[in-house]
Design a protein around this ligand. Structure first.
Ligand code: AMP
Length: 619
């Protein structure tokens, strides 16, 4: 059966063409929104004389009111614990993934269950990074609606090429929560290439290096463009390297050169901030001048381009080292690269351009504003999806997401809508009860978070799983969608090699009206769905913790004090009670309370086991 969509546009055939689809660069430090105006991509400015950069910063006031952007950024110093920045670094990550960032963030991240998705605590409430990113997206949407004078409901959002499935899905969910139908998630380097017009001609085949150095992150991606498809050959980078580090080197240099008293300035946050801002000003000035002069603390300070380059050189060398790695990983030689594209404000530094020319033997493309290029490219991609570029034929895509039911009736998407066809994807699972010997796999299609709201395509059971404790079996569910829209679903248990397969003939056997309705419903119910998903996820997490606590008490009765057993049981009972209710924050608090109490005890038990093991005793 064929995909009932307009293959020129990649959209449901009946949808109107006049809708504006915006392109969004959802950045770590700044975000931008762009669209196509009279055939050309333009970014939307937040006011006359302002630029298009909206700081990705969110501030919550005492009443819970939220502001995003410049005003929120000003609160970073005056009200750090209620001002959230760098949310992008938390998207789709667990506490374990991001705990090393804790000292850099002025706000609280929650270490309840360190293996599940991280949350942020502001004024006693728990927020997921998805909810926080949705605030930024809402504000961008508002900006565009004010500028264009009409509602915006569809967007293309960019993510780094190295983002994994969970991070991409989190970005999609954030869009949905902000009331946006996210038509496609596009890699940032691909968007940057599109902004330069690369990839708009089907015949074009080339290799492109995209060098992205922002304020706090660096990455290099090597792409191959073939038959209108961008493939990421390799990526490399450092998520804690950027222009801010160069500013810091300048500050240190001034301290040394002018003998400022570090002890007094170190205590004065405002003074420290002033010097840092001056260093950034000097850096920017030196991108187009030979010297910078100003005065601070009654002293005249200067910095020459040559001295600046000495300070920046070690950091730039680190980025070049990454470029060499990426080149090796891509399997290409430097001479096989056809283009170097610059992204991020820091690439305005002339030394970077000359070093890249030395390394790759090519002049980098820098005609477009490196801060805007990703958003501009996202707008080009949006325009293609809107069907406004008749010359470009889009690849076949799945019009609706395909996935399976997981604990609590949640839809777990395996192939997201708008994925290329043919395509394949898999995901790993495990069991949640001891001794489970079979697994029912129910396959669904649709955009809603609860399978009950989606369309069931089929169901089968994987039997003969050898009995094992919960969490032990390694289950994998694999989807293969062929060019005719036939979906093959395979489930296997890796430890025992047990497997089962089912073929679903009509993955798209659905009318256009029904598909449109499913898409519209998913947007209309987005907020409610995400809340429900979050509640169910918290309940699942809580159920796992309760189960482990019961097991822990059983296994360590001898080593635990009576008081510890009573308290653990009491806190666990409280958690079970809270799970019966609908208040997610209550469940989270109960979970945190139980975890905070049990963590040191668990550590003690671990020490006892290790000591026994060291003495040669059986644990
Ligand atoms: P982004 O995260 O892409 O917005 O990059 C912002 C970074 O670019 C900051 O570290 C800025 O200091 C830096 N930047 C902006 N303009 C210039 C310039 N003209 N020369 C050097 N660095 C710049």
């Amino acid at each position: 059966m064929k995909i009932p969509i307009d293959l020129k546009t990649g959209e449901v055939a009946s949808e109107k063409k006049e809708d504006i689809i915006v392109g969004i660069d959802l950045g770590t430090t700044n975000s931008l929104i762009a669209y196509i105006k009279e055939g050309e991509p333009v970014t939307i400015k937040s006011g006359a004389g302002k630029n298009a950069l909206v700081p990705s910063v969110i501030h919550f006031d005492a009443e819970g009111a939220v502001v995003v952007g410049d005003t929120a950024r000003d609160r970073l110093i005056t009200d750090p614990s209620n001002t959230i920045f760098s949310v992008k670094r938390l998207m789709g990550r667990s506490y374990d993934d991001v705990s090393h960032l804790r000292h850099l963030l002025g706000y609280e991240i929650i270490d309840g269950d360190t293996a599940s998705l991280v949350k942020v605590k502001v004024q006693g409430r728990f927020y997921t990074p998805i909810e926080l990113s949705a605030q930024i997206l809402r504000s961008l949407k508002q900006l565009a609606e004010n500028d264009l004078g009409k509602p915006i409901s569809k967007a293309v959002i960019t993510v780094p090429a190295y983002f994994n499935d969970a991070q991409r899905q989190a970005t999609r969910d954030a869009g949905k929560l902000a009331g946006l139908d996210v038509l496609r998630i596009v890699n940032e380097p691909t968007a940057a290439s599109l902004a330069y017009g690369i990839g708009l001609d089907r015949q074009q085949h080339m290799n492109i290096a995209v060098y992205d150095l922002g304020g706090g992150t660096f990455d290099i991606s090597i792409l191959r463009l073939e038959d209108g498809i961008f493939d990421v050959l390799s990526t490399h980078g450092d998520t804690s390297l950027g222009g801010d580090d160069i500013d810091r080197s300048i500050v240190e240099h001034w301290f040394k050169t002018y003998g400022f008293d570090l002890a007094t300035i170190g205590k004065d946050a405002a003074k420290g901030q002033e010097i840092r801002l001056l260093a950034e000003k000097a850096k920017k000035h030196l991108s187009s001048h030979e010297t910078y002069t100003n005065s601070i603390l009654g002293r005249e300070i200067t910095l020459s381009r040559a001295d600046f380059e000495k300070l920046a050189a070690p950091l730039i060398q680190r980025t070049l080292e990454s470029c060499r790695h990426a080149l090796v990983d891509s399997g290409l030689k430097a001479s096989e690269l056809d283009k170097i594209i610059l992204v991020g404000g820091s690439t305005r530094i002339p030394l970077i351009k000359s070093e890249l020319k030395n390394l790759f033997g090519l002049d980098p493309d820098d005609n477009l504003d490196p801060d805007e290029v990703v958003a501009l490219g996202a707008a080009v991609q949006a325009d293609i999806l809107a069907g406004n570029r008749k010359d470009i034929l889009l690849l076949d895509v799945t019009p609706l997401s395909l996935g399976i039911e997981t604990v609590g009736g949640l839809m777990d998407v395996i192939i997201p809508r708008n994925s290329k066809v043919p395509g394949r994807a898999g995901r790993k699972y495990t069991t949640s009860v001891d001794g489970q010997t079979s697994l029912r796999v129910s396959v669904f299609q649709g955009e809603r978070d609860l399978v009950a709201d989606n369309r069931k395509l089929g169901e089968f059971t994987l039997r003969n799983i050898p009995p094992m404790p919960a969490g032990m079996p390694k289950l994998e569910v694999h989807f293969v969608l062929d060019a005719d829209g036939i979906l093959t679903v395979k489930a296997m248990e890796e430890r025992s090699g047990t497997q089962a397969t089912v073929e679903i003939r009509s993955a798209y056997g659905i009318s256009e009206e029904e598909m449109s309705r499913m898409l519209i419903d998913s947007i209309r119910h987005a907020e409610q769905d995400l809340k429900m998903r979050a509640l169910l996820e918290s309940r699942n997490e809580a159920a796992n913790i309760s189960l482990s606590t019961d097991r822990f008490i059983r296994q360590h009765t001898d080593q635990l004090t009576e008081n510890e057993i009573i308290t653990l049981e009491k806190l666990n009972q409280n958690l079970k009670e809270k799970c019966k209710g609908d208040l997610r924050d209550d469940i989270e608090s109960a979970m945190k309370e139980l975890n905070d109490y049990s963590a040191p005890i668990a550590h003690r038990m671990l020490d006892i086991s290790i000591n026994k093991a060291l003495k040669g005793q059986k644990i």
